[in-house]
Design a protein around this ligand. Structure first.
Ligand code: SF4
Length: 310
């Protein structure tokens, strides 16, 4: 471990590298006071930018039923420094794995452990990372009543010289299914639309807001129930076929056959949506079952810690 890593507020004792330079993933478990978090690095031919994927909380209050955190309790919000240090640590590790990190463009995605719109330090964390000139993607399930936090991030995005993409995990096109699947209160569709309008007002030339759906056999997905609420001028859809995970499989989730998956994408295209398939798991992600927080769960199992212990 390099000299710099000793000074960071996030440490690691577990680094795993998968695939090769054409389709590679590096996953680490970050150790912070109170528990462990996951940080990822994704790269390869299919990606225009290398991606550093970071966490915002130890545990998560939302308890979504499809998440690898399962029923693990929420411990605390990461500080702005801990949010920023994950990027520094991961870039250093990627460099040691032969990636010339100073030369390739990066995107920092916030989509690992925790819900970013529940952490009051996220805006400051983004500002600290911004000194490295990355583009960003903030991925949220959009909890109920988090408009103030969304505003802070929208304001940050309006001043930042690079892209800040907002991605909302819609879970389903059925509001009822969405509410049932997230353990704690999530925003309804009208609340999401109001937040999106604010975002657009602040970022009139920015990208459309991504609404993401992870499709399984059982997730209700019908374009007719959302077309009137989420206008295609403001939103685009991003689909991912389900990567089987331990928690998801025990909750009875099943991957959708490819033909059905593509048929759903076509239905969304037909009514005017931009449909983004870049979210499709790569062969390396599929082969090793690398959905968010899977590496973290494996780490806890390998080190003999149960979810209750952490
Ligand atoms: S999916 Fe995201 S918001 Fe839901 S429990 Fe997992 S980390 Fe939290």
């Amino acid at each position: 471990m390099g000299r710099m890593e000793h000074n960071l507020s996030v440490k690691t004792d577990y680094i795993s590298a998968f695939g090769n330079q054409h389709d590679g993933v590096i996953e680490i478990v970050g150790i912070v006071p109170g528990g462990v978090i996951e940080v990822g690095y994704f790269y390869g031919d299919a990606k225009p930018k290398n991606i550093v994927d970071i966490s915002t909380q130890v545990g998560c209050p939302m308890s979504c039923s499809f998440c690898e955190l399962g029923s693990e309790r929420f411990v605390r919000n990461l500080t702005a420094q801990e949010i920023a240090d994950q990027v520094t640590l991961m870039l250093d590790i990627a460099q040691k794995h032969g990636i010339d990190t100073a030369r390739v463009p990066h995107k920092v995605t916030i989509a690992k452990t925790g819900e970013p719109l529940l952490n009051p330090h996220v805006r400051e964390g983004l500002e600290r990372i911004a000194t490295l000139s990355q583009s960003f993607k903030i991925s949220t399930v959009y909890p109920h009543n988090c408009h103030e936090r969304l505003k802070e991030i929208a304001d940050f995005a309006s001043h930042y010289q690079r892209t800040v993409q907002l991605q909302i995990s819609l879970i389903s096109t059925s509001e009822e299914y969405r509410r049932k699947t997230a353990g704690k209160g999530v925003a309804g569709f009208e609340e999401i639309r109001a937040g999106a309008h604010y975002w657009r007002e602040k970022n009139p030339t920015g990208r459309k807001i991504n609404l993401s759906l992870i499709l399984t056999e059982d997730v209700p997905c019908d374009v007719r129930s959302v077309r009137h609420i989420f206008p295609p001028e403001l939103f685009r859809f991003r689909f991912r076929n389900y990567v089987p995970t331990t928690n998801g499989t025990s909750a009875g989730l099943h991957t959708l056959p490819q033909q059905k998956f593509e048929q759903i994408l076509e239905e969304f295209r037909t009514v005017g949506y931009d449909v983004n398939e870049a979210a499709t798991p790569t062969p390396t992600e599929l082969k090793f079952g690398l959905a968010a927080n899977v590496t973290r769960r494996r780490y806890l199992e390998m080190t003999g810690q149960t979810v209750r212990d952490v």
